[in-house]
Structure formats: C-alpha cells, structure tokens
Write a protein that binds this ligand. Structure first.
Ligand SMILES: [Zn+2]
Length: 443
C-alpha cells in the first residue's frame, strides 16, 4: 500500500521535543514536509499546509518499543497467570511450533494495528518464530500492510531439537533480505537479527550470527538471562552498540561497565521481568551506569500492548528499588539526599523515545521532534479532565493512557486522527486474531 505524505502544520500543541537543545514548548507549532519535521517554533506559517489544531493536547515523538514478539498478539491472556519462566516455556512458547506462515501474517498484522492505535509507531519485532522462510515472508508482508515503523528482528532460534544446520538457511534468508529491503533510515521496514540465546545455541553459533549482522550493518538484539553471559560476550569481543541485550537482570556492575563502554543499551520489559520473577534493580543500576535503558512489551501473551503502562510501572519499580535500598541501609523514613531519588518521570519518556531510537540504530533521526527528524508523532488529549500540574512529561508517563491517543503520524502520514484510524480497520485486526485462534488454539 502506498500512503501519501502531506504537508502538515500542527498548531498550538504542548510540544515535548525530547531534544536537548529545543526542550519543551508550552504552546508551539511543528511543520512536517515529505515525511520529515522541517520546523519547530512559535506561530509558524505554512501556506497551503493541512492544519491540525492541537490546542489542549501534548505532542510527543511516536513511541518506540525496543522488544516485542508481535507474533504473540492473538495469544493475549494465554500467559496471564504464569508463574516463572517454566510456565511460559510449558504453556506459551511451544505454541510457536503450531503457527503456520499464514498465522504469522495474521498475528503480526493484528498486533501492528493495535500497537499503532495505542501510539507505538516503531517496534523492534523480535520475531523468534521463523520456522520456514515463508514465516518471515508473511510477517514482513503484514508489516508492509500496517505501515508501522519496524526493525524486523529475524529470529535465528529454531524449533526444539532442530539441527544446528538450520542456521544456514536462516542466515541465507537474512542475506537475501538484506539485499532486497531498503536500509535507508527513513525506510519503514528495516532488517535486523534476533540473535539466538547463548544458553541455547552456544558461543560459536552466536558469533556467526553477530558477525553476519555486522558484515551486513544490521541492528541486533538477544535475550540475556543466565548470569555471566555479558562477560562471556565481552571476552569474545562481541559486544557493541548494535547488539541490544534484553532483560540482563543479573548483570554485574562490571558487565554494566562493559556495556556502557561500548555504547550499548538494554531493553527492560517490566511486566515480562515480573513474570519471570527476576531482579528488578537492573533498570536503575543500568541507567546510573550509563547504559541507556529502553522499554518493551515483550510478550503480548501476558502483557498489554501499549507503552504507557510500561512507563508507569517502570517508574514505580525504580522508585521502589531505591526506597528498598535506603531502608536496608537504615535511612528510614525516606528523605531526599543528593542523587536520591534518581528515577524521574521524564526519564520514562526518554526511554521510549530518544533511548529506544538509539537502541535501534536510529538515534540520529528518530525519537525527537526537531528539524530533520523523521515525522513520527503522537498527539495526546488531556481533556476532559485536564493536564497535570507541573511537568507535562510526568503527565505522559504517569497519567496518560492509550485511550488518550488522538492522532498518530508515521513518516508524515496521518494514521489516526480524532481517535479514529484513518486507513486501517480495527475489525480486520480482530478478524485476523480470530483466525489465528481458530487455527492454533482450535477456538
Ligand atoms: Zn522476549
């Protein structure tokens, strides 16, 4: 589907640029031309541009999710009561082997529509369900149809017990896709690699995948669960700003220093971490160590597909961890002291905009509202109950919800306006979900 960009002037919004030089505009205008932001300022004029009156609304960069398995969209609720990773491994993960290529297309489409509707304009789709080349093709076709900005994390993990030689055809398809997919930063669909987990595939296989990704210039990510893996990858010379660890809950201070030194971030998936019963201090420790955190929904089979809930819960987890550390140190009742509390509401919005763009290798042109940046934007309503007192970024992180998403713009194309999707049908997404459930769950 070809979608036309238009010249758009957004007027009178409270603009949170997330750009260090531009800061916030209490009431400002933003001009979009040819899919880019071309001006940010006060009372801009733009003859003939389409106008969007955003009075009373907050304009933020489109939200960026750095880790979600979008194929799980139709499985929402299936892992609701899971207790630890064993339940997930027993009841949810094996279902991927029941997914046919058609299911991958339907599931990815349904998840993409829902995430766009809820203000997530970009996702690193960690697609660890590429059982055949057609599975990847169908997922990619669905992404083209939704027009969400996607880094497609091509999953290297095979089926349970599959021979290691399966890596060959997957890497061959990665090379083929790297030849055919447009790698321009403005491209809506970019290729990446969802590298196999070290504990499953071993260092030699992981090295081969990472070296292929580096040769092709692809962003990469991997699940980091057992202790010591970051140290092992560091010793093997494999860490880098293009390799995003997910979770990393048990990383030591030395491992965090290694990640910081090479410019790597981490993807923190707060509800996924809770479900696995993992240590939650990593998010605050990583931030303080200079490892830029970003956030992800991770598993739609248990976690709602919006980033507002992730921001809110992450903030309170960080504050709770800080309060616990103070209490254990005998500093009770809580009192402010230099550097404590560290976590601020505005950090959460940074995690899902500037930090996440950087994690996906798009830090130069995405995640901010500044001239030259890609025009991915979200307008949030604050009526009928009004905006918070104080920092509007705190309103976004702690008060707003997906139901406040009024307008979604991707690459200068208006995809949602006045709360209504413009070129997608919610009923079609729901029908795609039903088809997957019928085939995979026999429901
Ligand atoms: Zn995951």
């Amino acid at each position: 589907m070809t979608r036309q960009t238009s010249r758009i002037l957004i007027q009178r919004a409270c603009v949170l640029t997330m750009d260090a030089a531009l800061g916030d505009l209490t009431e400002g205008d933003v001009l979009l031309e040819d899919g880019r932001i071309t001006a940010v300022g006060d009372q801009l004029s733009a003859e003939g541009a389409q106008r969007i009156d955003a009075a009373g609304m907050i304009l933020i960069p489109g939200l960026i999710d750095s880790h979600t398995h979008m194929w799980q969209g139709p499985l929402k609720g299936l892992g609701a009561g899971n207790w630890g990773m064993a339940d997930y491994q027993k009841h949810v993960f094996p279902l991927r082997e029941k997914f046919g290529a058609e299911d991958m297309g339907d599931a990815t489409f349904a998840a993409g529509v829902e995430m766009l509707d809820k203000g997530t304009t970009t996702v690193l789709d960690f697609c660890h369900n590429v059982m055949t080349p057609a599975h990847a093709d169908q997922a990619l076709a669905a992404h083209r149809r939704t027009g969400q900005r996607i880094v497609f994390g091509y999953g290297m993990l095979g089926s349970h017990g599959a021979p290691a030689s399966e890596q060959d055809w997957r890497l061959a398809q990665v090379r083929e896709l790297a030849r055919t997919l447009d790698a321009k930063p403005t491209s809506l669909l970019r290729l990446g690699i969802a590298v196999g987990s070290l504990e499953y595939v071993g260092l030699a296989a992981m090295r081969r995948e990472i070296e292929t990704g580096r040769e092709l210039g692809l962003p990469m990510s991997f699940h980091q669960n057992p202790p010591g893996q970051i140290r092992e990858l560091h010793a093997a010379g494999l860490l880098g700003p293009d390799l995003l660890p997910v979770h990393a809950n048990v990383a030591t201070d030395e491992e965090l220093a290694a990640l910081a030194a090479c410019g790597a971030g981490i993807s923190f998936t707060v509800e996924g971490e809770f479900g696995g019963g993992r240590p939650m201090s990593i998010i605050g420790r990583a931030h303080r160590a200079g490892v830029t955190p970003s956030l992800g929904v991770d598993i739609p089979s248990r976690v709602a597909m919006d980033l507002f809930s992730q921001m809110r819960l992450t903030f309170h987890v960080m504050r709770a961890e800080e309060a616990l550390a103070e209490r254990l140190a005998g500093r009770w009742p809580l009192a402010r002291r230099p550097g404590t509390p560290h976590a601020q509401p505005r950090h959460m919005l940074e995690y899902v905009t500037v930090n996440a763009a950087r994690a996906l290798g798009l830090g130069e042109c995405l995640g901010r509202i500044a001239p030259g940046c890609i025009a991915d934007l979200v307008l949030l309503r604050t009526d009928p109950y009004g905006m918070s007192v104080g920092d509007p970024a705190a309103h976004v992180a702690l008060q707003a919800s997906a139901s406040d998403v009024d307008t979604v713009i991707v690459g200068g194309v208006v995809r949602k306006r006045g709360g209504e999707l413009q070129d997608m049908d919610r009923a079609e997404a729901a029908a795609a979900t039903r088809r997957v459930r019928s085939r995979v769950l026999a429901q």
